[in-house]
Ligand binder design. Structure first.
Ligand code: ADP
Length: 535
């Protein structure tokens, strides 16, 4: 069933003892044997990797025009397990040439894929969904291996990620146009919705599957074809999903995956007039570059960029609901999501009680290798991520914040960090200005509703916000006043394929998921039929 890549045979050799690099940024010759860098041997992870390898699930080549492909110069990059530092696989380190060929394949495939009926495309997507769900265990294991999130959470992401494919399969059949009442009796006016064309899909490492499927699902449903560039830190889940797309009968060239030199591939996508849209999830800095670069060929752009989510807890909140929701939002994926609560803004009457109960709940969370049962907090993605947390914490402490729980690297070593709660946080601290992207919960204090809204909106970001209150009028009033694309009221996990996800201000452009997510991949064509009365 699986087409085994030659490179697979080189995977999973165990040995060596050098410290893992913080980031696998440099290409190397692919003819070097795989070196496994390991400080702390995780036998469980190794046996999972070996199993995935022998079942063919560990794909290590790029996909161009339906063919599994190495980099043209043979260069590779290692993919690390962040929990152990081991190199799980070597993937192709590609650049502009491979990206151009992938664009060419997507462009050719667009001609026939866009001509299929919606029902035909829907069937392929439905089959892909079934395969993703049928392989949720393996995909989850792959994700835990390369990203570090606990296996249960990883399998949860497979369900979530697959749901975008299922939803898109259903929505494919509902790409309706319009008939507009004509102001002139001899004319008939129509609006057609047509696919934009080839889409460049650039995604980050924190949701290795879902960030891809929520773009590729609607793109394919509308009749577009894609060139995906997953994060080089987590490409293996993307490659396995692409293999399942082929198995689902999605024709060669409709889904292409390339990786390597991010900016070279990005520039090739931006420069090509054949690419009509860029859909990006990642940092605000890279998003701005892509938006500027897309101007050269006037491409459509969807951007899902950084957040700085406020989580407002009012005195009148149900404490248990507030703690459960804040915990879920803050510590999902060890704090590494763009919708994680970044500023927990608590009203003064409930502040001490909340801080105490919240840190007790945080203390119960188990940190460790995502393959171990009961672990809810995996490692951070790399050393740079830990250093960012440390910098933000030092800045906060130097300006008067108090650590009431955690506050240092975990005794497990590697990139594990203790779940941390800090109080007396102020709006001018680095941790309030930018996303910490780690397991640190900063508690700010407010007096009035107006002050809470002012603090919450005092940022360039505008992705997700959370409000905990038992007052229905307040929940509505505050939701309306928040300058955010998403508001969770008495709820910390709000993402679903059926609702629009996206931000305002510098958190991005466009929406993903839901019926609105389809519009991102469609162009509108107005057709005017004239001379309709002559006979
Ligand atoms: P993160 O900090 O989450 O990794 P980035 O914005 O750096 O966020 O990365 C998100 C995605 O964007 C990754 O796939 C990365 O390789 C890619 N990327 C980074 N720089 C560029 C660039 N100049 N052009 C295109 N893609 C890029």
């Amino acid at each position: 069933m699986w087409r085994m890549a030659a490179a697979l045979t080189r995977i999973a050799a165990v040995g060596g003892g050098t410290a893992a690099p913080a980031r696998s940024a440099h290409c190397s010759s692919m003819h070097h044997p795989v070196t496994v860098l390991c400080r702390q041997i995780s036998t469980e992870a190794q046996s999972v990797a070996a199993r995935l390898n022998s079942s063919g699930f560990l794909r290590t080549q790029a996909l161009i025009g339906g063919k599994w492909t190495d980099a043209y110069d043979g260069k590779t990059i290692g993919v690390n397990n962040p929990a152990t530092g081991e190199v799980i696989a070597n993937i192709p380190c590609m650049g502009a040439r491979e990206a151009s060929d992938a664009i060419g394949s997507a462009y050719d495939a667009f001609k026939s894929w866009s001509k299929l009926t919606a029902a035909e495309r829907s069937k392929c997507l439905r089959k892909w969904y079934d395969l993703l769900i049928g392989h949720k265990e393996e995909l989850g294991q792959l994700m835990t291996l390369e990203q570090g999130k606990p296996l249960k959470e990883a399998i949860g992401e497979v369900n979530y990620g697959a749901s975008f494919i299922e939803f898109s399969a259903e929505e494919a059949k509902r790409v309706y146009g319009d008939i507009i009442p004509s102001p002139l009796s001899d004319r008939r006016l129509f609006v057609l919705k047509q696919p934009v064309g080839v889409v460049g899909v650039i995604t980050p490492w924190n949701f290795p599957l879902a960030m891809i499927t929520r773009k590729v699902g609607p793109a394919l449903a509308c009749g577009c074809t894609v060139v995906i560039k997953p994060s080089e830190l987590t490409p293996l889940t993307a490659l396995a999903a692409a293999e399942l797309a082929l198995q689902a009968g999605i024709p060669p060239g409709v889904v292409n995956v390339v990786m390597g030199h991010a900016s070279d591939i990005g520039d090739a996508l931006l420069a090509s007039p054949q690419v009509r849209k860029i859909s990006f999830t990642g940092s605000t800095a890279v998003g701005k570059k892509l938006m500027a670069g897309a101007a050269g060929t006037v491409k459509k752009v969807s951007l899902e960029l950084g957040g700085n989510a406020p989580c407002i807890v009012f005195d009148d909140a149900d404490l248990d609901v507030a703690i459960k929701g804040t915990l879920a939002s803050k510590f999902r994926n060890s704090g590494q999501t763009c919708v994680c609560a970044n500023r927990i803004i608590v009203q003064e009457g409930i502040y001490e009680k909340f801080a105490d109960a919240f840190s007790k709940a945080v203390q119960k969370m188990q940190v460790g290798d995502g393959f171990h049962d009961d672990v809810s907090q995996g490692p951070l993605i790399n050393e740079a991520a830990v250093q960012k947390v440390e910098t933000f914490l030092e800045d906060a402490i130097s300006k008067g914040a108090k650590v009431i729980l955690g506050g240092k690297r975990h005794s497990l070593g590697m990139t594990f960090y203790e779940p941390t709660v800090i109080t007396d946080v102020k709006s001018d601290m680095l941790i309030s200005r930018e996303e910490v992207f780690g397991p640190v919960a900063p508690l700010l204090r407010f007096k009035t509703e107006e002050e809470a809204v002012q603090i919450a909106n005092d940022t360039n970001a505008g992705l997700a916000a959370y409000v905990f209150t038992s007052n229905i009028q307040r929940s509505w009033r505050v939701s309306e006043a928040l300058e955010y694309g998403i508001v969770g009221v008495n709820e910390g996990i709000v993402s679903t394929e059926v609702a629009p996800f996206g931000g305002v201000k510098q958190s991005g452009l466009g929406r993903e998921g839901s019926k609105y997510g389809m519009d991102e991949y469609l162009e509108m064509k107005y057709i005017c039929l004239g001379n309709m009365l002559s006979n």
